[in-house]
Ligand binder design. Structure first.
Ligand SMILES: [Zn+2]
Ligand SMILES: [Zn+2]
Length: 88
Protein backbone atom coordinates (compact mmCIF):
# COMPACT_ATOMS: atom_id res chain seq x y z
CA UNK A 1 0.00 0.00 0.00
CA UNK A 2 1.42 3.36 -0.99
CA UNK A 3 1.72 6.38 1.29
CA UNK A 4 -0.77 8.29 -0.83
CA UNK A 5 -3.30 5.50 -0.50
CA UNK A 6 -2.82 5.50 3.26
CA UNK A 7 -3.33 9.24 3.43
CA UNK A 8 -6.51 8.91 1.37
CA UNK A 9 -7.84 6.22 3.68
CA UNK A 10 -7.06 8.30 6.74
CA UNK A 11 -8.80 11.29 5.21
CA UNK A 12 -11.87 9.21 4.37
CA UNK A 13 -11.95 7.86 7.91
CA UNK A 14 -11.74 11.35 9.34
CA UNK A 15 -14.68 12.43 7.21
CA UNK A 16 -16.59 9.29 8.11
CA UNK A 17 -16.21 9.90 11.82
CA UNK A 18 -17.08 13.56 11.47
CA UNK A 19 -13.59 14.98 11.85
CA UNK A 20 -13.44 16.81 8.54
CA UNK A 21 -13.65 20.57 9.15
CA UNK A 22 -17.02 20.92 7.40
CA UNK A 23 -18.52 18.06 9.44
CA UNK A 24 -16.97 19.25 12.71
CA UNK A 25 -18.42 22.73 12.28
CA UNK A 26 -21.90 21.18 12.37
CA UNK A 27 -21.41 19.24 15.60
CA UNK A 28 -21.49 20.48 19.17
CA UNK A 29 -20.86 18.35 22.24
CA UNK A 30 -22.85 18.47 25.49
CA UNK A 31 -20.60 19.78 28.27
CA UNK A 32 -22.62 17.76 30.78
CA UNK A 33 -22.70 14.23 29.31
CA UNK A 34 -20.48 14.47 26.21
CA UNK A 35 -23.18 13.50 23.69
CA UNK A 36 -22.59 14.98 20.23
CA UNK A 37 -25.49 16.93 18.70
CA UNK A 38 -26.21 19.01 15.65
CA UNK A 39 -25.23 22.68 15.95
CA UNK A 40 -28.86 23.69 15.27
CA UNK A 41 -29.92 21.96 18.49
CA UNK A 42 -30.11 24.03 21.67
CA UNK A 43 -30.56 21.27 24.22
CA UNK A 44 -28.86 17.90 24.63
CA UNK A 45 -31.08 14.99 23.44
CA UNK A 46 -29.64 12.79 26.20
CA UNK A 47 -29.77 14.92 29.32
CA UNK A 48 -31.59 18.12 28.36
CA UNK A 49 -28.61 20.27 29.33
CA UNK A 50 -28.20 23.53 27.39
CA UNK A 51 -25.65 22.99 24.60
CA UNK A 52 -22.63 25.30 24.20
CA UNK A 53 -22.32 27.66 21.24
CA UNK A 54 -18.91 26.21 20.46
CA UNK A 55 -18.74 23.52 17.80
CA UNK A 56 -16.57 20.42 17.94
CA UNK A 57 -14.33 22.22 15.50
CA UNK A 58 -13.88 25.17 17.90
CA UNK A 59 -12.98 22.80 20.72
CA UNK A 60 -10.38 20.95 18.66
CA UNK A 61 -9.00 24.16 17.33
CA UNK A 62 -8.20 25.33 20.85
CA UNK A 63 -6.12 22.23 21.51
CA UNK A 64 -4.66 21.21 18.16
CA UNK A 65 -2.82 22.63 15.21
CA UNK A 66 -4.91 23.59 12.19
CA UNK A 67 -3.91 23.65 8.52
CA UNK A 68 -3.53 27.29 7.44
CA UNK A 69 -4.84 26.48 3.95
CA UNK A 70 -7.90 24.26 4.42
CA UNK A 71 -8.67 24.37 8.19
CA UNK A 72 -8.25 20.62 8.72
CA UNK A 73 -7.42 19.66 12.30
CA UNK A 74 -3.93 18.17 12.52
CA UNK A 75 -2.41 15.80 15.01
CA UNK A 76 1.10 16.22 16.39
CA UNK A 77 2.64 13.47 14.26
CA UNK A 78 1.49 14.89 10.93
CA UNK A 79 4.15 16.46 8.75
CA UNK A 80 1.74 17.29 5.96
CA UNK A 81 -1.94 18.19 5.93
CA UNK A 82 -3.83 14.98 5.03
CA UNK A 83 -6.42 17.00 3.14
CA UNK A 84 -4.47 19.37 0.93
CA UNK A 85 -0.85 18.24 1.33
CA UNK A 86 0.47 21.52 2.74
CA UNK A 87 3.72 21.09 4.67
CA UNK A 88 3.18 21.94 8.30
ZN1 LIG B 1 -26.07 15.96 27.70
ZN1 LIG C 1 -4.76 21.55 4.50
Amino acid sequence: MTAERLELLRQQNMEHYGFGPSAMKKICVCTHCGTPSQIEDHFCPECGYRLPNKTLYDLYRERHKVCSVCDTILTEDMAFCPKCGTKI
